[in-house]
Design a protein around this ligand. Structure first.
Ligand SMILES: Cc1cc2nc3c(=O)[nH]c(=O)nc-3n(C[C@H](O)[C@H](O)[C@H](O)COP(=O)(O)O)c2cc1C
Length: 150
């Protein structure tokens, strides 16, 4: 069974709602899932899993505080062979920095050797029903692609 860890942070609950649906999608598949919050996680946690999913909002064009140490310490971890995906809530009002934290994560984990299986899923603020459905599909598809890639 494939082992997947989902690590997320959410200040006002939007990314948490998205995470709930991604988790449901993953749970519909035959995977062993661990869920942790960013403040409670270390990049070395990723080494114990076949795949990982990051859920994050964006704060002033940056990775939010709760993920900052994790993000910086990632540089010391070899992610070769790991499958990954990134999702989160942002606010399109912020224009060029809309969902920027997701892009920072994707760029870094790619450089560190991870294979990003899906395009980043950024949702504008609070998710509507159709967007919750997209999150569920995101989780299901991630699990499916992990099997296809093995
Ligand atoms: C001070 C401040 C700065 C923000 N900066 C950005 C930003 O640069 N880019 C973006 O996409 N969203 C930005 N946001 C919006 C949050 O990412 C958005 O509200 C998100 O839904 C919060 O997710 P959460 O509910 O999971 O905490 C900012 C919000 C605040 C209050």
């Amino acid at each position: 069974m494939k082992k997947i860890i989902l690590i997320y942070t959410s200040m006002t609950g939007n990314t948490e709602m998205l995470a709930g649906e991604v988790i449901k999608g993953l749970e519909q598949m035959n995977v062993e899932l661990t869920v942790k919050e960013a403040f409670d996680s270390l990049p070395t946690d990723l080494l114990d899993y076949d795949g990982f999913i990051i859920g994050t909002y964006t704060w002033e064009g940056e990775v939010p505080n709760e993920f900052m140490d994790f993000f910086e310490e990632l540089d010391h971890v070899d992610l070769s062979g790991k499958k990954a995906a990134v999702f989160g809530s942002g606010d399109s009002y912020y224009g060029s920095t809309y969902g920027a934290a997701l892009r920072f994560f994707t760029e870094k984990i790619t450089l560190l050797g991870a294979e990003v299986l899906l395009p980043n899923l950024v949702i504008d603020l609070y998710p509507e029903d159709a967007e919750l459905e997209q999150c569920l599909e995101f989780g299901r598809t991630f699990a499916e692609l992990m099997f296809d890639n093995s």
